[in-house]
Design a protein. Structure first.
Length: 452
């Protein structure tokens, strides 16, 4: 349940203007303030001494220094890139340079990652490893004539090794802002299922990042999470219908209780959680965090049943290579002729697709590499706001979206094997969750697992 969503929160008398900039955070001792600021046509990362007001720039050699965060030893982690091309132009030109992670300490800069990739929104975990968003590993995933704009969730180990922790869906899905909880057990990030769609906060255990719990409502856009030092609450940038603009929300993570406390973006905590820092229109502000700012879990409505309207399709077929769009099946509904469908793209990629509330196309691509003549069993599931695709008993991918078009209880008819060169053995539709797949997580189930 949302609270404190009235207009005029930005005019709070307790709010103090700190400096011009964005993405700001205090050092653990409160003596320095880290920030980014636009200077000319680029961005720089600066450190302000609170006592003297002196500002030190991390680097001044051109390019863009962005999204700084503190390291555990007073160092500064940030993204830096010198290319002035757009991402699209850089991709088409096969540019050699990228936006990589760097570490500044005591006046010296050290490169942490390399490659023609974009890496950003990075932060240290309590164990010294780094989590970030990265386009690393997305090469070759685009369809012919397509431009890939995906970003995956990566971990950078102290030895420099990069490990993909979680892949976004499709060629235009993305993740941003991964942050590990103070106790090192939970990982939160923002994810969009496709380019220009709503960002949503997701939560997982660090040791099992594929078992994901959506945190924020489907109607809310949310990104830039920051853990409160108590590990119980989150702050993040959010917008929900009716808000005057971007706002700072606080969440009681276990219950989902929300409260909007300020107008602004990019929150962080200071003074062991007693102050909230954020920016608005290029200026950084701080305000005390009162006890009643923290949302109460007592009035949170009952969590809706994620299995209230399950659509399950089990298809068995013999695969033959495809060179054009080919359907294994199409389930035609009164609401839409392509209410549910399983098809191969020209690239040989298997996709499960449905329709959004407004009729838009929503799809989930498989990672399975098919062999000529292979016998395949694909299990496709659509819940209230998730798509699942399992190939030959292995859960392939899951997609969290903004809800789907309401469909009639049964399709008008099912078409099998439209232009598919292989043989469709059978197609079965049901409203039951398949026993072979783990059921969608609820908050109660997730935190019961965490306690164990």
């Amino acid at each position: 349940m949302l609270g404190c969503c009235a207009l005029g929160l930005a005019a709070s008398a307790s709010e103090i203007e700190l400096l011009a900039g964005e993405e700001a955070s205090f050092s653990p001792d409160g003596m320095k303030l880290l920030f980014q600021r636009q200077v000319g046509d680029g961005f720089r990362v600066g450190i302000r001494d609170v006592a003297t007001g002196t500002e030190t720039w991390v680097r001044t050699d051109g390019g863009n220094a962005l999204q700084p965060t503190w390291g555990p030893d007073g160092s500064v982690l940030y993204t830096w890139g010198h290319s002035r091309e757009t991402a699209f132009a850089a991709d088409r030109a096969r540019s050699a340079d990228g936006c990589n992670l760097w570490l500044w300490k005591d006046g010296a800069n050290r490169r942490l990652t390399t490659g023609r990739v974009r890496e950003y929104s990075a932060a240290f975990a309590p164990d010294g490893r780094i989590y970030c968003s990265s386009t690393r590993g997305t090469e070759g995933r685009e369809a012919p004539g397509d431009f890939i704009n995906a970003a995956y969730l990566y971990r950078v180990d102290p030895d420099g090794r990069t490990v993909c922790v979680h892949e976004a869906v499709g060629t235009k899905g993305g993740v941003t802002g991964p942050r590990v909880s103070p106790d090192g057990r939970l990982l939160v990030w923002a994810q969009s299922a496709a380019f220009a769609q709503t960002w949503r906060l997701l939560l997982a255990r660090v040791d099992n990042p594929r078992r994901i719990l959506p945190l924020t409502p489907r109607t809310m856009c949310a990104y830039a999470p920051a853990w409160h030092p108590d590990g119980v609450h989150l702050a993040f940038t959010g917008f929900t219908p009716g808000d005057p603009g971007w706002g700072i929300y606080l969440m009681h993570v276990r219950s989902g209780a929300l409260r909007r406390v300020a107008d602004g973006r990019n929150p962080s905590f200071a003074d062991n959680g007693r102050r909230l820092v954020y920016d608005r229109a290029g200026t950084v502000y701080a305000r005390p965090l009162a006890a009643d700012d923290l949302p109460s879990p007592d009035s949170v409505p009952t969590e809706p049943d994620p299995l209230a309207d399950v659509r399950c399709v089990r298809a068995k077929f013999r695969y033959r290579p495809v060179k054009a769009l080919a359907h294994v099946f199409q389930a035609i509904y009164p609401e839409h002729p392509l209410g549910l469908q399983l098809f191969f793209r020209e690239t040989g990629e298997l996709c499960f697709a449905t329709r959004g509330p407004d009729g838009r196309y929503v799809w989930l691509p498989s990672r399975h590499v098919f062999k000529n003549g292979e016998e395949v069993e694909a299990v496709c599931v659509r819940t209230r706001d998730e798509l699942y695709l399992s190939v030959n008993g292995e859960l392939d991918v899951v997609r969290h979206d903004d809800g789907y078009l309401k469909l009639s209880a049964e399709p008008v008819r099912v078409l099998k094997g439209n232009k598919f060169p292989g043989e469709v053995r059978s197609v079965e539709l049901s409203h039951a969750w398949p026993e072979a797949l783990a059921k969608p997580l609820t908050r109660a189930a997730f935190f019961e697992e965490v306690v164990k």
